[in-house]
Design a binder for this molecule. Structure first.
Ligand code: AMP
Length: 447
C-alpha cells in the first residue's frame, strides 16, 4: 500500500515524502479513505502508530476543496486534552499542509489570550484547541462555530472522561449538527463508547490493534522496590545503564519536583513538566529535552498525551498511574513508529492494586525483576503470592506423587502380603519397619 493509492493530493504527497514516510501505517491506510469519503470515524489505534497524520492528511484535503474561511470562524476544529498535544497537532497540520493555502492556529490556556484572539480575527481553516480556552474565546466572541464542517476529538477517551465532559458537552451544543465527526484514541472503554454515541453519527469503526494493548515493540518490566528507595534506584539505573534520554512519570506534581531535586544531587540533569509550571516553562523543558539539553524529563500524566519524541528509548513509571489506561499512554511515548522501546516501572507494595488493574487491562502479567541491593522489605503482594502459590503447587504435586507411589508400592506389597500371608500387612509390621521410603522419582521442592 502506498500513499498515492489512498487518493491523497499532490501537495500532500509531497509533504509526506519530505517527512520521509515511505508507506502509510495501518491506521492511516484504513482511516484516510473513510475520512475522504466524508464518513464519521471512530478509530482505536495504538499510540505512536501515526494517527495524527491519519486524520490530518485527509482533513487538509477535504478543506482544500472548499471556499475560504470567514472572519472569526473555523472550518475544522481539533480538540485535544493537553496543551502539548494541541501544539503538536498544530505542528503536524502546518507541516503536512505547507504546500496548501490553508490557515491554522492553536489555542490553549496558560498563555495570553489576546494574541490568540488576533489570530482568529481573519478566521482559520483548522483550529486546534484545548476545551477550556476555546470556551473562553467563544465567550469573548473571538470564535463563532457556525461554519464548522469537521470536528476531531483526539485522545477521545480522555476528552470524554469526567474532567472534560462538561466542557465538551457545552462545545457540542454550539456546533452545527450537520458535520463530520472523527474520534481518535489509543483506548476506548465501554463507557466512552456509550458517551460517544451521542456525538458521532453511524461511524466507521476502525480498530487496528487489540484494544488497550501497548505496542509490541515496547518491552515492559517491573522492578519491585520499597517506596522510600525508588529515587535511589532510579538514579542508580540511570547511571549504571547510562540512560541518556528518559521520560519519567510521576503521579503528583510535588513528587515530580522532589524527584528532579533528588536526581540533580547525583548530577543528573533533569527538569519537571506539570500543571503548576507556566506554559513557558513547560514548552522550554520539553524543547530542551527534545534537543538533548536535558537528560531526564519528569512528567505528570498531563504531559503524557502530548509528548512525541523521536527515538525515545526509555519510559520510567516512577509510580503507577491510578487510571490503568494512562499506563498505555505513558509507555506509548516510547516505541513510536515501529522503533523499539523499554518501559520500566518501579513498583512498591502499596501499588499492588494499580498494578493489578493494569495487568487486567493489558491482559498479561508484567515481568518482575528485583535489582540487587534494592530488594524490597515490603513485598509486592502479586509477585509474592504468585511465587508462593507456584511453590505450593510444586509441593502439592510432589506430595501427590509420593502418595501415588506409596499407594502403589503399599498396595502391591499389601497384595503380596495378602497372597503370601493371607492377612493385611501394615506399615508397622511391614518389611521396612514402618520407615518412610522416599520414592526415587519424587522431587523435593526447594522453597
Ligand atoms: P502519532 O501516533 O500520530 O503521534 O505519530 C507517531 C510518530 O509516527 C510521529 O513521530 C510521526 O511523525 C510518525 N509517523 C506518522 N506516520 C508515519 C508513517 N507513515 N511512516 C513513518 N512514520 C510516521
Amino acid at each position: 500500500m502506498s500513499f498515492e493509492k489512498l487518493g491523497l493530493s499532490e501537495e500532500l504527497l509531497r509533504s509526506v515524502s519530505e517527512a520521509a514516510y515511505t508507506r502509510p501505517t495501518p491506521i492511516q491506510a484504513l482511516a484516510i479513505p473513510a475520512i475522504l469519503k466524508g464518513k464519521d470515524v471512530m478509530a482505536a489505534a495504538q499510540t505512536g502508530t501515526g494517527k495524527t497524520a491519519g486524520f490530518t492528511l485527509p482533513l487538509l484535503q477535504l478543506l482544500n476543496k472548499k471556499s475560504p474561511v470567514k472572519n472569526n470562524r473555523a472550518r475544522a476544529l481539533v480538540l485535544t486534552p493537553t496543551r502539548e498535544l494541541a501544539a503538536q497537532v498544530q505542528e503536524c497540520v502546518s507541516t503536512y499542509g505547507k504546500y496548501m493555502n490553508l490557515r491554522s492556529t492553536v489555542v490553549f490556556g496558560g498563555v495570553k489570550i489576546n494574541p490568540q484572539m488576533m489570530k482568529l480575527r481573519r478566521g482559520v481553516d483548522v483550529l486546534v484547541a484545548t476545551p477550556g480556552r476555546l470556551l473562553d474565546l467563544f465567550q469573548q466572541r473571538a470564535i463563532n462555530f457556525n461554519d464548522i464542517e469537521v470536528l476531531i476529538l483526539d485522545e477521545a477517551d480522555r476528552m470524554l472522561d469526567m474532567g472534560f465532559i462538561h466542557d465538551i458537552r457545552k462545545i457540542m451544543a454550539l456546533l452545527p449538527k450537520q458535520r463530520q465527526t472523527l474520534m481518535f484514541s489509543a483506548t476506548f472503554s465501554q463507557e466512552i463508547r456509550k458517551l460517544a454515541k451521542g456525538i458521532i453519527n453511524d461511524p466507521v469503526e476502525i480498530d487496528v490493534a487489540p484494544r488497550n494493548s501497548a505496542v509490541e515493540t515496547i518491552s515492559q518490566i517491573i522492578h519491585p522496590v520499597d517506596k522510600s528507595r525508588k529515587a535511589d534506584l532510579l538514579s542508580y539505573l540511570i547511571i549504571r545503564e547510562k540512560w541518556y534520554q528518559v521520560l519519567v512519570f510521576s503521579r503528583t506534581k510535588h513528587g515530580a519536583d522532589k524527584l528532579v531535586k533528588r536526581l540533580s544531587r547525583d548530577n543528573i540533569n533533569a527538569a519537571a513538566i506539570h500543571g503548576n509550571k507556566s506554559q513557558v516553562q513547560r514548552t522550554k523543558a520539553l524543547a530542551n529535552f527534545k534537543n538533548n539539553k536535558i537528560q531526564i524529563l519528569v512528567a505528570t500524566d498531563i504531559a503524557a498525551r502530548g509528548i512525541d519524541i523521536d527515538h525515545l528509548s526509555h519510559v520510567v513509571n516512577f509510580d503507577l498511574p491510578n487510571v490503568p489506561e494512562d499506563y498505555i499512554h505513558r509507555i506509548g511515548r516510547t516505541g513510536r513508529a515501529g522503533a523499539s522501546g523499554q518501559a520500566i516501572s518501579l513498583v512498591s507494595a502499596d501499588e499492588a492494586k494499580q498494578l493489578h488493574d493494569i495487568e487486567r487491562l493489558i491482559k498479561h502479567k508484567l515481568g518482575r525483576e528485583e535489582i540487587e541491593s534494592f530488594e524490597p522489605k515490603h513485598n509486592l503482594p502479586g509477585s509474592l503470592s504468585r511465587k508462593y502459590s507456584r511453590n505450593k503447587r510444586i509441593i502439592k504435586t510432589a506430595k501427590n506423587k509420593t502418595k501415588r507411589y506409596k499407594a502403589k508400592h503399599n498396595n502391591s506389597s499389601e497384595q503380596k502380603s495378602h497372597n503370601r500371608y493371607g492377612k493385611l500387612n501394615t506399615s508397622a509390621n511391614s518389611a521396612h519397619g514402618g520407615r518412610q521410603i522416599r520414592p526415587a522419582s519424587t522431587t523435593i521442592p526447594v522453597i
